[in-house]
Design a protein around this ligand. Structure first.
Ligand SMILES: C[C@H](O)[C@H](O)[C@H]1CNC2=NC(N)=NC(=O)C2=N1
Length: 95
C-alpha cells in the first residue's frame, strides 16, 4: 500500500466531513450523548476494522471518542486509512 503525499491527503480530506491531518495521521474527535452511545459506536467500528484488517489508534473518555488513523506498515497515511475513515463517518453520521 502506497504512502500518500501531503497534497493527496489534503485532496482526499476534502471529501470527508470531520477529519484533519495532524502529525502524520488523519484524526477526528467525536462527541456522543453519553458513554453508552460512544462505546456502542466503538463496537460497531471495531467489527468494521476487523473486516478491513485495519485498526485505529483511539481513546474514549465518557462521551467523547478520539480517533487517529495511519498505516503503521508504511509509516504514513494510505488509502486504507481513507477507506476506514469513510466507513467510520457512515457509521456515525449515517449513509
Ligand atoms: C497483519 C495485519 O494485517 C497488519 O499488522 C495490519 C493490522 N492493522 C493495521 N492497522 C493499522 N492502522 N496499520 C497497519 O499497518 C496495520 N496492519
Amino acid at each position: 500500500m502506497e504512502k500518500l503525499s501531503v497534497e493527496q491527503i489534503e485532496k482526499r480530506l476534502a471529501e470527508l466531513d470531520s477529519w484533519e491531518f495532524i502529525d502524520g495521521a488523519i484524526e477526528t474527535s467525536l462527541q456522543f450523548g453519553n458513554f453508552k452511545e460512544a462505546f456502542a459506536t466503538m463496537t460497531r467500528i471495531a467489527f468494521e476494522c476487523e473486516l478491513q484488517g485495519h485498526h485505529p489508534d483511539w481513546s474514549n473518555v465518557y462521551n467523547s471518542l478520539n480517533i487517529r488513523l495511519n498505516t503503521h506498515d508504511v509509516g504514513g497515511v494510505t488509502e486504507k486509512d481513507f477507506k476506514l475513515a469513510a466507513t467510520i463517518e457512515n457509521i456515525v453520521f449515517g449513509e
